[in-house]
Design a protein around this ligand. Sequence first.
Ligand SMILES: CC(=O)N[C@H]1[C@@H](OP(=O)(O)OP(=O)(O)OC[C@H]2O[C@@H](n3ccc(=O)[nH]c3=O)[C@H](O)[C@@H]2O)O[C@H](CO)[C@@H](O)[C@@H]1O
Ligand SMILES: C=C(OP(=O)(O)O)C(=O)O
Length: 433
Amino acid sequence: MEKIIVRGGKQLIGSVKIHGAKNAVLPILAASILGQEGESIITDVPALDDVNTILEVLSFIGVKTHYENDTVRTRAPEILKTEAPYDLVRKMRASFLVMGPLLAREGHARIALPGGCAIGSRPIDLHLKGFEALGAKINIGQGYIDAKVDGKLQGTRIYLDYASVGATENIIMAATLAEGTTTIENAAQEPEIVDLANFLNAMGAKVRGAGTGTIRIQGVERLTSTSHSVIPDRIEAGTFMVASAMTGGNILIENAIVNHLKPIIAKLEEMGVDIQEEENGLRVKMNKQLKGVDLKTLPHPGFPTDLQSQMMALLLTAEGTSIITETVFENRFMHVEEFKRMNANIKIEGRTAIVEGNARLKGAKVQATDLRAGAALVLAGLVAEGETEVTGLHHIDRGYVDLVGKLKSLGADIERIDEKKKESAQDLQPLWI
Ligand SMILES: CC(=O)N[C@H]1[C@@H](OP(=O)(O)OP(=O)(O)OC[C@H]2O[C@@H](n3ccc(=O)[nH]c3=O)[C@H](O)[C@@H]2O)O[C@H](CO)[C@@H](O)[C@@H]1O
Ligand SMILES: C=C(OP(=O)(O)O)C(=O)O
């Protein structure tokens, strides 16, 4: 079994380069299906398990893909299949993002139901309502969703009950080749939506208003593959900002885009963290006792749910009691039980966590319950007394490129070990009798 071992007590100092955003590259790679001519060249692609999974989905449906040195090239001159099977969708929910582009281009898509995951039930009703409004017929059976349209999708007005990131992306992609104009109201406003729209527009689409609550997509006849560089990952940046604040550190977060990080910058400043914009990024310094704060996760520009668990780790070390309210996912407090193993005092009341600060965290064996929970446990380990052992690393590998190497380069006492490999290496030792 692979584990991360971290021994607490080191101050993190230095600079760290942020990789391309997982949540931007996944929809962008799905959107590359729409390019009927030429080659899409996507750069700043992070080497993550989720990227490999979306590339597997693309290959399965007949897109030619090539991934080397943070660059993915795709060619989609003809689509062979309009299906994404259970094994791939189960591995990663974002596989469902191929439904919009397939429906737009081929008039059909059959995708396995993504199902829930550790952080919540995560229905896809808003995606489906959007496709239906565009004229698709949806059938659900035997664990698959089948969407079909006779002729072309038809532009329409869609009001999302909730500003869902995935539904906004899927509907935008579907609408790019529809007849007429589609207006999405109460659209998600995340920076990753803007990155997707920029990619689509470079392909010849007409997407206007991305980054606001109202997005208009004027359908076009055809889209052509293009080149695009993925935006830096604001969640990875936020994770390192928390790491600096937690360890009394001084880290330059290279590539960070201030505009994308406003909600986290505001919260950290409220706690007393010193954050300065520099030419190459953001410098995050902390050399005093931090104050506890209350926070509520919300769709962008509210505080991102993907940084909630990391902030919880930080608030454990701050002064006083902090209240965290998770409004985006109904079950995103699984890390609390793991923090408790490290001597944390946290109470859950419904969607609220009451976090007692000034915790004297102690190293323990803990398990990542989801991607960000995994990062948060590593962060807690950075300040805990003694040794923390984090397992469940497949979660972390979905969304962080070399988390351990990056923390080590900043001065953390951290390593990743593979017990199985160690054991088999021992098996190979000559036996002395
Ligand atoms: C690959 C990717 O980009 N993942 C991000 C994306 O996930 P994802 O796109 O799945 O998140 P959504 O914004 O769609 O989900 C937010 C909430 O809306 C609910 N919902 C969503 C769709 C739907 O049809 N019906 C419905 O009820 C979900 O169950 C959840 O409670 O945005 C989340 C919220 O910022 C992030 O945490 C994820 O990291
Ligand atoms: C919840 C996350 O991702 P996904 O939507 O891919 O599960 C995340 O990135 O924290």
